[in-house]
Write a protein that binds this ligand. Structure first.
Ligand code: MN
Ligand code: MN
Length: 301
């Protein structure tokens, strides 16, 4: 078990004991490969603090976190400056969560932190597919010669899952070669109808959802290292998210919040609310199963 630092401030009502939790929130405060402006290392705690202003109930989804057994395990302790050791520790932490038949709810950190988590997930779910929300394609072969960077993370993930198991939403920035690749492999969703169709073709396949929060427009989410104008409004993000209702989400993360760039603190709240929504959607199939059996208990959840 990799060492975790736990904080007094936890995400919302994340007070289930670890043993009883189905979902485990884990912070990964790493920003070592950021290509422009660092600061995402401060995101996990900023999300936790901002979450206290949120309700458990989502009117948009008609789902309530009261029905979800989740805990906040704190942050993975990371040795800044040693990227490979950072990635190794995150992978061990994810393996540990999965070995207990629990689900990973990751709080980045920069987007590279998703890669070791997907590596761990493939050991537990060999047919894993990935849904990727982002302004950026993150499909570069390397960034300034580095194969492991937040600008290459989806390329590294495609290397191990293949392009047919990737769907991308919101991408609006990248070199032409990345857009040519997305068109060739049909990974970039151009409409919600297409997204719905492609998701339904996956049926019960286990899905990991990685949300780079810069998919949102900088006008509502300026707190990020590489803001990209022309992004989604929050309600649009919720509409895309809602199409995941019923999908077999087995893990997720939210990355690239960089609190120092938004003095108002609103970006932290936006990030916390996005985490609440995706956590509700991820837990939803379990809630439903409990309902149909007529007993909704913590043990079942
Ligand atoms: Mn991005
Ligand atoms: Mn990204």
């Amino acid at each position: 078990m990799i060492r975790l630092t736990s904080h007094n401030t936890k995400f919302m009502g994340a007070d289930s004991p670890l043993e009883q939790a189905d979902w485990v929130l884990v912070g990964m405060p790493y920003d070592g490969t950021c290509s422009y402006r660092p600061g995402t290392r401060f995101a996990p705690n900023a999300i936790r603090e901002a979450s206290w202003g949120l309700e458990n109930y989502s009117p948009f989804l008609d789902l309530d976190l009261e029905q979800v057994a989740y805990c906040d395990a704190g942050d993975v302790e990371l040795p800044f400056g040693n990227r490979d050791e950072v990635l190794g520790r995150i992978k061990i932490a994810a393996q540990d969560v999965l070995s207990q038949s629990k689900h990973w709810a990751g709080l980045g950190g920069e987007h590279l932190v998703t890669y070791p988590v997907i590596e761990a997930y493939l050991e537990a779910y060999p047919d894993l597919a990935v849904v990727h929300f982002d302004a950026h394609a993150d499909l570069r072969e390397d960034y300034l010669g580095e194969p492991l960077s937040h600008a290459t993370v989806m390329r590294r993930i495609v290397d191990i899952i293949g392009p047919e198991r990737l769907l991308q939403v919101g991408i609006r920035s990248g070199p032409k070669a990345e857009f040519d690749w997305m068109r060739q492999h049909r990974t970039l969703m151009t409409s919600q109808e297409e997204f719905q169709q492609r998701l339904s073709a996956w049926k019960d396949r286990p899905v990991f959802v990685t949300v780079d929060l810069d998919v949102l427009d900088p006008s509502i989410f300026p707190g990020t290292g590489t803001p990209e104008p022309g992004g989604l409004s929050f309600i649009e993000l919720q509409q895309w998210f809602a199409l995941l209702k019923g999908v077999n989400i087995v893990g997720f993360d939210a990355v690239e919040l960089s609190p120092p760039y938004d003095a108002s603190g609103v970006s932290n709240i936006v990030a916390a609310k996005a985490v609440r929504e995706i956590l509700l959607l991820a837990a939803y199939p379990h809630m439903q199963r409990a309902d149909s059996q007529g007993h909704l208990t913590q043990a079942v959840l």
